[in-house]
Ligand binder design. Structure first.
Ligand code: AMP
Length: 472
């Protein structure tokens, strides 16, 4: 097995990898990092979830000189959501070296981005905003020797390819270019032929996992009856180890307390806990000393424990993919598992969507009920597509968030947390303004309540965000 050190990365970059906790390179990283470090162009056919960001980001960090205050590298993304995600990743990879990564995307004030560009080394931007900044002379690409086109097929779908070409033409001829795309339709091949020089082709399939050893059940239960029902289910099922999934971290803490009060050996796991506290809970659970874990989706990502016998969806998952991901926490390594989903009477639509996804109906739970496991495909994660059909006519509301520029927060921090926590489309968060102590943002009116609930209480860079509707 290859290590990151074998790939030719510097000690500073290896330090960044230790800080983010990556232990081994993923296949795309193993294949793409050496040629990129040699200065070769690369075409990577890979989806989100394969580790492609680090595959191009780590060599990029190696090639950027923090002492030179020019934009030395550019990453073009089709959507704002991806832009923010890539920015966060590159910031963590470039941190020990002192590399300044600037995110530029539409829907946020251009002035702030213009100011940030003056001191940046790397720009990650959506196509439209990058062109806009170039036309205002705020972004100059004379010294941009490393260019990445990320999710090129999405750029094609969104009609950005001509703009991408315009941008490429403004970069030096001797630049190094990497193109990443999940699929390779002819226009992307043509673009690659025209703008990449003798590229190394790398193709990586994201793993699809089929979960086929999990018996699945559902249980109709009113919100108010959920705690008692859960105790009943746990008593009847007698799990060796169970993960109980809840929608928000507030509910996670509440349920943890309720179950603890009833004398159950249980702990909570969510993203707002300190790293130390999270590690403690993880270790106890992995070591089999903790039978019941109450967790949010984000916190439980990557939990890979073969002794989990039960998954309880205390709250209905937000999508069939999340459902597959949750129930895949049990039935691992060929072992049997049971998954029980609590559905409120008003949630029959969500349950139908899940049943459609798995291609069979989910049987009602009763004590001792048995069913044949239905195979469920756990798809690799993919970014949500922007809803380009949105024409801006739908009602939006303005929210106010405690926490601002004086707390070291920037627009991308806020958009990132809203898209992550509230599972909102990146493009749906608009008009974000960072004031000194507050931030203002607009979200679709029908999502506002959820955004306030999911995001409030989240700590970002040491500041606790509190959202509320702005009084207008
Ligand atoms: P990406 O495909 O670049 O969106 O990455 C998918 C996820 O995998 C991200 O959450 C990364 O932080 C994580 N990741 C990337 N490379 C590694 C690695 N070598 N080890 C562990 N996690 C990784």
């Amino acid at each position: 097995m290859t290590n990151f050190a074998d790939l030719g990365l510097s000690e500073t970059t290896l330090q960044a990898l230790r800080d983010v906790g990556y232990e081994k390179p993923s296949p795309i990283q193993e294949q793409a990092i050496p040629p990129l470090l040699e200065g070769r162009d690369v075409i990577g056919q890979a989806q989100t979830g394969t580790g492609k960001t680090a595959a191009f980001g780590l060599p990029m960090v190696e090639q950027v000189d923090p002492a030179v205050s020019e934009i030395q590298a550019l990453v073009l993304t089709p959507t704002r959501e991806l832009c923010i995600q890539v920015t966060q990743a590159l910031r963590s990879y470039g941190k020990p070296k002192g590399i300044d990564v600037v995110a530029v995307f539409g829907g946020a004030p251009i002035r702030t981005q213009q100011t940030q560009l003056r001191s940046g080394h790397v720009v990650v931007g959506t196509v439209g905003r990058v062109l806009d900044l170039i036309s205002r002379n705020s972004l100059v690409l004379h010294d941009t020797r490393y260019v990445v086109l990320d999710e090129a097929d999405e750029m094609l779908d969104l009609g950005f390819l001509e703009d991408v070409e315009r941008i490429l033409k403004l970069t030096p001829n001797g630049r190094q270019t990497a193109l990443f795309s999940a699929t390779m339709p002819p226009p992307i091949r043509k673009l690659a032929d025209r703008y990449l020089y003798d590229p190394e082709l790398i193709k990586v399939e994201a793993e699809t996992l089929t979960i086929d050893t999990v018996e699945q059940f559902q249980l109709e239960v009113k919100q108010a009856d959920k705690p008692a029902k859960l105790v009943e289910v746990l008593k009847a099922e007698r799990p060796d180890q169970a993960i109980v999934f809840v929608r928000t971290k507030v509910r996670c803490d509440q349920l943890n307390r309720t179950l603890g009060d009833k004398g159950l050996n249980v702990k909570a796991l969510h993203g707002d806990m300190s790293q130390g506290a999270r590690d403690g809970v993880m270790l106890a659970f992995k070591g089999g000393r903790l039978p019941i874990l109450v967790a949010t989706d984000v916190a439980a990502r990557g939990l890979d424990i073969s002794t989990v016998t039960h998954v309880v969806n205390y709250d209905v998952p937000t999508s069939p993919d999340v459902y597959a991901h949750r129930i895949g926490r049990t039935g691992r390594m060929g072992k049997k598992g049971r998954a029980i989903t609590f559905a409120e009477p008003r949630q029959s639509k969500e349950m139908e969507a899940i049943e459609k996804h798995i291609g069979t109906s989910i049987a009602p739970w009763t004590p001792d009920a048995r069913v044949e496991p239905a195979p469920v495909r756990e798809r690799p994660r993919r970014h949500t597509k922007p809803r380009v059909s949105r024409n801006g006519d739908e009602p939006y509301v303005t929210l106010l968030s405690r926490g601002g520029a004086a707390d070291g927060l920037d627009v991308s921090d806020l958009v990132h947390v809203v898209t992550e926590k509230a599972k909102l489309d990146g493009e749906a968060v608009r008009d974000v303004q960072m004031l000194q102590r507050f931030a203002i943002l607009s979200v679709p009116a029908d999502q506002a309540e959820r955004v306030v609930a999911e995001v409030s209480g989240t700590t970002v860079k040491g500041t606790r965000l509190e959202l509320e509707p702005a009084r207008t």
